[in-house]
Design a protein around this ligand. Sequence first.
Ligand SMILES: [Zn+2]
Length: 536
Amino acid sequence: MKRLLQRHLLAVTALTAVTLAGTVSGPLATTAHAAAPVAMKREASAGVDSRAKLVQEMVDSIYSFAEPGFQEFKTQEYITTILEQQGFTIEKGVAGIPSAWTATWTHGSGGPKIALGSDVDGLLGLSQVPGSPELKPQVEGAPGHGEGHNSGMPLIVAAALATKDVMQKHNISGTLMIWPGIAEELLATKAFFVREGLFDDVDACIFTHVGSNFSTGYGDGGGNGMVSVEYTFHGQTSHGASPWMGRSALDAVEIMNTAWNFRREHLYPTQRSHYVITQGGGQPNIVPDVASVWYYFREREFDSIRSLYETGNRISQAAALATDTTVESRILGYAAPQHGNRPMAEAAQLNMEAVGMPQWSDADRAFARAAQAANNRPIAPLATEVSPLRPPNTGASLGGGSDDIGDIMWKVPTITIRFPSNIPSMIGHHTTSAIAMATPIAHKGAVAGAKAVSMTVLDLLTTPKLVTDAKKYQQEVQFAEGSYDPVLTPETQPAIHLNTEVMERLRPKIEPFYYDPSKYASYLEQMGVAYPPAGS
Ligand SMILES: [Zn+2]
């Protein structure tokens, strides 16, 4: 660790001037690991800066589209049009998922193929007027970007376009493949991307995720993998006042949930499990013949995830037996546990430190404070330091959340870079996390993240040793800790039906609020929102 820190210090000295000033004062070759020339990184950084307006437009536009998982069609059309105009080859509907796509661009022959991705979906019911510190739905009941997934793809597009310019200018061979995290909030697509071969010829993957810090890490991150599964019980309907003639599917759902909640006490503390009843019958005087419950089963390791899932399956059968109903189940999603690639994370960390944090304005700070105060959240300042490289989780972990980037991590060497487009202290998967996501804070965080991604891609493209080191780490360290074992069967299909009805109903109400960059300098301006809010 000490050696790593020394490396960082050397590199930061060499690279600090890369980003904004346009001059490099330090020596060019003091980094301990193989890296792209500083002059190239300076060009990449300038290329991102020159696209800051495009980043703002993309962040604000995707925020305004407010599309939940599997319904990201407007986002698909918008981003693929931009990339097609820039010479990328677009393939839509990949892996049998209509809202999914890839955009690929190659220069020269040979060279590595680098995948660049970020999630694009929103969450149900989290519509929020942008830049309003108070919770205020833009469209009542509509989805919204209550996690900030509207900021990641703009970052990736800016990084890819800046990298493309440098590759052309310096005749660097390689392929860039941009891919969106579709339905990440449902943990529902990346395992299918892997199964359908999207990453078969990819050498390395950089994934980005919104946060309130600028951070990356390697090894086990301490979180959980997951199975998403819906159990549907079938009984027999009857008049509610002659219930002996019926068999209630809803009874089975309730017994399953009760049994699960007793069993919960005797599961490992690392597990997380939660459910919603998705069908419970029509009206009380009809015995429900169909009822469904949707579970997320989260655990730390491939075998414990599978075991938790099998426990759920047995309990569903017990509930069916108790009620003389039948049960069928459908897997709606899967996420492998995450494992970040060490050589890539170390390279990215140096670049992130060279880029540094965005320059927050007084307005940004006032806005963040106002949003925290208005929602009774702890007051915490916007981060001003890049986080240290996160080492692997060792010892006990309490488990936690999931991201299906884990599946890609077990296919190709992959890292996640978290970038500072949101404000601290907000509640995850909640409207408070949408408040800042179409403001200058979101725009600046995405610009900083794009620079770090572009520079790290250049490291991979120009120094073959980084790619071979990344693959070696995956083989020798990651694969020694586990092997990919998703619960998907060859018959499992992506759950592309999800959210269809809700968007058929709500899209017409959301469309009038789409951001129009030809008329307004920002989405805040279009919505008539003051920044920072008056009195803050
Ligand atoms: Zn996310």
